[in-house]
Design a protein around this ligand. Structure first.
Ligand SMILES: Nc1ncnc2c1ncn2[C@@H]1O[C@H](COP(=O)(O)OP(=O)(O)OP(=O)(O)O)[C@@H](O)[C@H]1O
Ligand SMILES: [Mg+2]
Length: 339
C-alpha cells in the first residue's frame, strides 16, 4: 500500500501559529571559539589557536524550542542552568529567540556548556563543562513546581533527554503524577537516550534515530525487517502506543502501532549539514500535534521541515514560509506501508 497518505495541506502550516509546546529537558550552551592555528605552543606539542571571534547557540532542549518558535509556535523551555556567565548567555539567547523561559538556577552545578575550539573550519578540541550526576530530591523540588505550573497551559510536552541528570526514575514518576492530575490529556513526546529507555513508559511517542532504535531494543537495525523488529520490541518494552524512528537519509518510520507502520522518504534534495535535524523533527511533530494534525500528517510535515534544515549549514530552522513553499513545490512523498 502506498500513495499520497498523510501529506498535509499547505494550509495546515498556518494552523501552527500560536500553538503552545512545553519543552522540558537538558538545556545546553553550544560555544564556538574561532580563529587561526599558525604555530605550535612553546609549552607543549599542541597548536596555538588565536581566538578571533566567539559564537554562542542554544543547544540540547533549547534547540528544540528554537525550531518551534521558528515555525510560529509558542515554546516554553523548562530546565536548569547554573549560577554563572553561561546561564546569563542562555537567558539572553532565549530572549533574542523569543522563547519563553521557565529556567531554574541550580547553584550547585554548572551550566552545561560544550565549547568547540575551531581553527578555520577544523575543530581542534571540544571542552565540556557539566555535572551529569542524578538530580537530588532537593534539586527536583526546585524544577518540578515550575513544570507543574506550566503544564496547565499545555497539551503537548517534549522531553529532550541528554542524560545530564534531570531525567531519572524519580523525575519521571513525579512528571507522570503531575500529568495524571491534569484535567486535560497531554501528549508526552520523548527524544530518548537509549540508556534511559525504561524510563519512558507512559510517553505518547519517542523519536529515536536508527542507531538509538537499535540500542533501545538491543537489536541490529541494518535493514527494514530489523528496524521493524526493533521498533516493535521498543513498543512492547515501553508500552508506548507509538514510535517514530528517524532514518537519516532514508527518512522516517512511524509505528502507529506494532502492526501499522508507515515509511516516509526524506524530502531533502541537497544535504549539507544534518546537525540538529532530530530536534527539527520532534519540535515540528510536537507543534503539529498541538495544532491538531493527525499523527501521520504531523510526521510527514516534520519530515519536510527536516529536509529543509539539512539543506542548510549550521543549526538551521524551518519557517512557515519555506515549509509552505516546499509543500507546494516538491512532489508529494511516496508514503508507504511497511506493515
Ligand atoms: N543524510 C540525509 N539525507 C536526507 N535527509 C536527512 C539526512 N539526514 C537526516 N535527514 C532528515 O532529518 C531527519 C532526522 O534525521 P536523523 O535520523 O539523522 O536524526 P538524528 O540523528 O536524531 O539527528 P540529530 O543530529 O539532530 O541528533 C530524517 O528523518 C530525515 O528527514
Ligand atoms: Mg537525535
Amino acid at each position: 500500500m502506498s500513495g499520497l497518505y498523510g501529506v498535509p495541506d499547505p494550509a495546515s502550516v498556518a494552523s501552527l501559529a500560536g500553538k503552545r509546546v512545553l519543552v522540558v529537558g537538558d538545556v545546553m550552551l553550544d560555544a564556538y571559539l574561532m580563529g587561526d592555528a599558525e604555530r605550535i605552543s612553546p609549552e607543549a606539542p599542541v597548536p596555538v589557536v588565536r581566538v578571533e571571534s566567539e559564537r554562542h547557540l542554544l543547544g540540547g532542549a533549547g534547540n528544540v524550542a528554537r525550531n518551534i518558535v521558528a515555525l510560529g509556535g509558542v515554546a516554553t523551555l523548562a530546565g536548569t542552568v547554573g549560577s554563572d556567565a553561561s546561564a546569563e548567555k542562555i537567558r539572553q539567547l532565549l530572549d533574542e529567540e523569543g522563547i519563553r523561559s521557565a529556567l531554574v538556577t541550580l547553584p550547585q552545578r554548572p551550566t552545561t556548556v560544550k565549547t568547540r575550539v575551531m581553527a578555520r573550519r577544523q575543530q581542534m578540541l571540544r571542552l565540556d563543562q557539566e555535572n551529569s550526576s542524578d538530580f537530588s530530591q532537593q534539586e527536583l523540588d526546585m524544577i518540578l513546581p515550575v513544570i507543574a505550573s506550566e503544564l496547565g497551559q499545555h497539551d503537548v510536552v517534549i522531553l529532550s533527554d541528554y542524560s545530564k541528570g534531570l531525567v531519572t526514575s524519580l523525575f519521571m514518576t513525579e512528571l507522570h503524577s503531575l500529568l495524571r492530575a491534569l484535567p486535560h490529556p497531554v501528549h508526552l513526546l520523548v527524544d530518548p537516550k537509549p540508556s534511559n529507555v525504561d524510563l519512558y513508559s507512559g510517553a505518547f511517542i519517542m523519536t529515536p534515530n536508527t542507531k538509538e532504535t537499535g540500542e533501545c531494543a538491543g537489536l541490529p537495525v541494518r535493514n527494514r525487517e530489523e528496524i521493524l523488529a526493533a521498533g516493535r520490541t521498543i513498543l512492547a518494552r515501553t508500552g508506548c502506543p507509538h514510535l517514530l524512528t528517524t532514518l537519516g537519509a532514508d527518512g522516517m518510520a512511524l509505528f502507529r502501532s506494532s502492526d501499522e507502520v508507515w515509511h516516509v522518504p526524506t524530502m531533502a534534495q541537497d544535504v549539507f549539514d544534518v546537525t540538529g535535524a532530530g530536534d527539527t523533527v520532534i519540535g515540528t511533530l510536537g507543534l503539529a500535534l498541538a495544532a491538531g494534525l493527525d499523527l501521520l500528517e504531523a510526521c510527514v510535515l516534520a519530515n519536510y521541515a527536516a529536509g529543509l534544515v539539512v539543506a542548510q549549514v549550521g543549526a538551521a530552522v524551518a519557517s512557515p514560509d519555506t515549509l509552505v513553499e516546499a509543500l507546494g513545490r516538491l512532489p508529494a512523498p511516496h508514503v508507504s506501508r511497511w506493515a
